[in-house]
Design a protein around this ligand. Structure first.
Ligand code: SF4
Length: 102
């Protein structure tokens, strides 16, 4: 029987230091969700609490993404080899920099 390998894209870097899951420019939750509209892709897992959380030895992956207009998106999953997240402007606290409109 053939097996199908499923690999989620790594969050290679996240510079959103104000997020509870961020330590040393790395995201330490198990998986993030990306969403957004109007030309930006926001990280929906951003948590601005005063305490840090996550798992120190875990580097996050992209679990789901609803930016269907991104060239890396297939069936609402991210197919990029990895993504980078950085602070956004205004209400957009954390943006996927790897987002690229079709
Ligand atoms: S690269 Fe595109 S498909 Fe992947 S998480 Fe970012 S916005 Fe979503």
């Amino acid at each position: 029987m053939a097996t199908t390998e499923t690999r989620m894209p790594a969050v290679q870097e996240c510079t959103v230091s104000g997020c509870s899951y961020n330590q040393d420019d790395g995201c330490h939750t198990f998986a993030i969700t990306v969403y957004g509209a109007n030309g930006v892709a926001d990280c929906g897992t951003f948590v601005p609490l005063s305490r840090k959380g996550g798992l120190p030895k875990v580097l996050a992956q992209v679990g789901a993404c609803s930016r269907a207009d991104c060239i890396h998106n297939s069936d609402l999953e991210c197919t990029a080899s990895g993504v980078r997240i950085a602070p956004g402007e205004g209400d957009h606290a954390a943006n996927c920099l790897t987002y690229s409109p079709r």
